[in-house]
Write a protein that binds this ligand. Sequence first.
Ligand SMILES: CC(C)=CCC/C(C)=C(\C)COP(=O)(O)OP(=O)(O)O
Ligand SMILES: [Mg+2]
Length: 433
Amino acid sequence: MESRQSEPAESHPPQSHPPESILPEVVAPFGARVLAEAAARACDVRAVFGDPVGASSPPAPEPDLARILRGPSGLGTAGLRLVPREEPAPPAEAPGEGPGEAPPAAAEGTPIPGLYHHPVPDPDPVRVEEVSRRIKSWAIDEVSLYPDDWEEEFDGFSVGRYMVACHPDAPTVDHLMIATRLMVAENAVDDCYCEDHGGSPDGLGERLLLAHTALDPLYTTQEYQPQWARSLHADAPRRAYRSAMEYFVQAGSASQADRFRHDMARLHMGYLAEAAWAKEDRVPEVWEYLAMRQFNNFRPCPTITDTVGGYELPADLHAQPAMQRVIALAGNATTIVNDLYSYTKELDSPGRHLNLPVVIADREGLSERDAYLKSVEVHNDLMREFETAAAELTAALPVPSAQRFLRGVATWVDGNHYWHRTNTYRYSLPDFW
Ligand SMILES: CC(C)=CCC/C(C)=C(\C)COP(=O)(O)OP(=O)(O)O
Ligand SMILES: [Mg+2]
């Protein structure tokens, strides 16, 4: 992969932005220079990575705005549209009560009845196989991620299927690997530091801080630098973070790397709040839980959609409040999807594991079933807010990279639901219908 780190830093004349942009004037403060620059940065991804392995190549970024607004139209691209999606969710079906007991679809799993989502086509099996092969080789040969007896769990996580479903516009398997390594590393940190593979709230702050330096390097004196460098190889989470970040930094721009570091700092702050409540054995109020879950959140995954797609959403567009709102809502919807699909797994885990239904049941005095159904509604409201905000911003910001980024985030949301639904190794639904 060609490194973009060595590119000379661009110098821009000083500019002033108003403190906030409010739709529909959101485009105005960007000015002609930023818009032109953003359009120019919607680069041809093949220039960076070359041809895809195995699968047919997705189309190169399309400069025609009308086509971008319309979204892709080929077979299996329904989930990639940016326009508000008015069609209702498929009718709620109880598990095992599909219409006419039709033969099983290509992928297993039942959607949560009543959950607002957009079905996506099964991910390209050739890509899934190749990503699965390569990620296992990375995990074993490059970062010694897990002992032999975790292999079944690693395979059951199906990260290849996950990432191919979430990034159908990745131009090559190399691009998909950027997201896949990070996803595995993020889960290694969660499992080994926070949860059931040796994790604990005790000492979590120290572990997360030191692991964070694998993403956001320590700059210190010659005397102490080598000790820090060695520490990045001291355990599987740090080895995984360090290596995955190295690949990411080579593929993305400096501002994409910085965006990712910020999202990861948010994630680590969320882990700490969750750990504090676990230590105190306190159930937070529902809004407090939702605030924690906005940080302990999938957000670092959809926000790299442009790097994985081989283009860049400029930092000044990413930073706009309207864009931040869309990203936060998307992250929140995807993360509540996790709370719902992982509900039975977490009920079965030792101690009390917080998730939205558990917190609503406790704080609002509802039965487990009613709290779960209310959580489905919370998710559905978040999804609708996300889609409305994304559609408004899409209409207000006619910049190809922004349009593609917003579509990429929506696609990630749909792919994330697909993975949770189909990961019957990991998740099963409660018996509430
Ligand atoms: C991939 C990534 C950035 C994960 C960060 C946070 C995280 C692990 C989740 C949002 C998933 O939630 P949870 O820890 O509840 O996962 P499982 O339910 O165990 O699958
Ligand atoms: Mg969960």
